[in-house]
Design a protein around this ligand. Structure first.
Ligand code: ZN
Length: 271
């Protein structure tokens, strides 16, 4: 569809069918981790969430009873990473399948000898190639309580990563970014985490990030939005790259929350 036509349709949809303010405030605007967004950013998040719910379908599975607040929360956290990128970053897929809890995923892979293996694993989230995102509602709700974890952001990061092909921790960088800078920052951080995991040391970042560079990008994206103070302390170069890629600085939100709460600034050098 031509860009102008899609933009016109989106504007019309927003004028007619925007998420109602009372529902938005009751479900989303009171979320602690969104409290640092400005009124303008929150309004943009609401518009993006309205369009997200219009353009993607939410499909209950496994006996889940879908309620409107589930869709609102998922849409808001799905749209947070693309708040300054645009909904077109989620092009090429159309649905979210929502289970009440962890679900069994069946996968097939072929080993080096050509033998086909069929495995099943219990997952809390999955992002298919050119297909749906699958989520466990129990884990979406749980991860909303843990500051540095968010299964919705995790799966959306995989979708962004897939825009360049396979999930390898390299999403489509902007023109003002360099693959060499991204690679240097992420490789050093990933190797550091893998060493810590190999030594059996407790890690500040979810050790699942050591599974692969793709999982590292998804896990560190969760931490970037949910625990930016920890992320910048752990991996400052990765934080800077994510800040440029997502065109957002969640540490600024965190500082606003701290100021509103009467707490000293968390990071005096950052605006
Ligand atoms: Zn993952």
């Amino acid at each position: 569809m031509a860009g102008w036509l899609q933009n016109w349709r989106r504007r019309r949809w927003l004028e007619r069918s925007s998420i109602a303010e009372p529902e938005w405030r009751a479900t989303v605007a009171c979320q602690r981790r969104l409290a640092g967004l400005t009124a303008t950013e929150l309004a943009r998040l609401r518009d993006c969430s309205t369009l997200f719910l219009h353009e993607k379908t939410l499909e209950p599975a496994g006996g889940l009873e879908l309620t409107p607040d589930m869709g609102l929360l998922i849409a808001a956290y799905a749209c947070l990473p693309i708040l300054n990128l645009g909904l077109d970053y989620y092009r090429g897929w159309h649905s979210i399948i929502l289970y009440p809890a962890g679900f069994l995923a069946h996968h097939e892979y072929t080993d080096a000898t050509g033998l086909v293996h069929r495995v099943q694993r219990c997952l809390i989230g999955e992002a298919w190639e050119r297909g749906p995102v699958v989520l466990s509602w129990a884990d979406v709700a749980d991860t909303l309580k843990a500051p540095g974890e968010n299964v919705v952001i995790h799966e959306m990061a995989h979708k962004l990563d897939r825009l360049t092909g396979e999930v390898n921790g390299l999403p489509p960088l902007h023109r003002d970014m360099k693959i060499a800078d991204w690679s240097r920052a992420f490789t050093a951080a990933y190797e550091h985490l893998c060493r810590e995991v190999d030594r059996g040391r407790p890690t500040a970042l979810d050790p699942y990030a050591a599974e692969s560079p793709g999982e590292f990008f998804a896990v560190v994206s969760e931490a970037f939005f949910g625990a930016p103070d920890l992320t910048i302390q752990l991996y400052p170069d990765v934080y800077q790259q994510l800040k440029v890629f997502y065109r957002q600085d969640p540490l600024v939100w965190m500082n606003r929350i701290a100021i509103d709460s009467g707490i000293d600034r968390l990071s005096p050098g950052v605006e």
